[in-house]
Design a protein around this ligand. Sequence first.
Ligand code: NAD
Length: 295
Amino acid sequence: MFPGIGGEEIRGLSGAIVVRRVLWVKGKIVKNIGVVVNGALGRMGQEVTRAVAREAELKLVGAVDKEVFQQSLPLADVSYIVPLSDDIDSLLEQCAPDVLVDFTNAEVCLATARIAAKRHINLVIGTTGIAEESVAEIAEMCRTYKIGAMIAPNFSLGAALLIHLSQIAARFFDCAEILEMHHNRKIDAPSGTSIATAKAMLQAHGKPFTYPDLGEEVVRGTRGGQLGGIAIHSQRLPGFMAGQEVVFSEMGETLKLRHEAISRECYMPGVVLAIKEVVKHQELIYGLDALLALE
Ligand code: NAD
């Protein structure tokens, strides 16, 4: 197969030989990376299918969503047919992608990861609200099936930098709160990004932050949730897309770091980078910052 280039052959679950598209010559990818998007008809899924279709090194080979009413994905600028199905297992058998991208919900995502991993398909997961046990299970899948997986609660560059800068500030301030704002159809709270930010800040701070104990909360929940002394407040309003403000404070001063995503396009460079990188790994990579060489 592919004499002189060295393609990789694996056996699909049905026993048929599946040819993986990623081919390497001197450490460089020389053929398209085949991608299937799960949750393809959702807000993020639609953006991702368009971004993958535009990218020269990638090929959108299939799409999955629940309750689909047509057999192919209508996509402008794509001259070939992209199969669309609500049966992920048979679609993966048919399309044999190198990477499965998931933007669904936490429950579906884990079930999907189990199906894809058994087929030795690398994973890029943007779905948020994934429990720590599920993250650990996905890391184990990487070891068992020798695949790469990337989980990033936020694929935007600005958000990755916000987390990084918050980590730096966390070394110097003892009080901090996070205000995160999202559209009103977001199903999980607080956001995966705010949790990741708080955890990164706690790691840099080395101990819990000081949380002012005010005694009684006259209206329950007014002080938000709390992670290691960092109060997290979630706003859900139709006018927002996604944003986050981290406020640090010491006596007599505050420092505010704020990021706002104004369109879902901001996530696409991160998703595309993750797809290109994940095929080079056989482990779980957590967070876009891991790919950005931030110091
Ligand atoms: P959405 O509701 O618009 O899309 C979810 C899609 O998943 C829908 O089309 C739905 O039909 C589909 N789906 C549900 N069950 C399914 C199943 N069993 N099989 C296949 N498809 C199924 O939501 P969204 O706004 O696109 O967000 C999706 C996820 O991505 C959420 O967890 C959200 O928090 C997350 N998100 C992550 C980032 C990031 O940068 N990592 C950015 C934005 C949103």
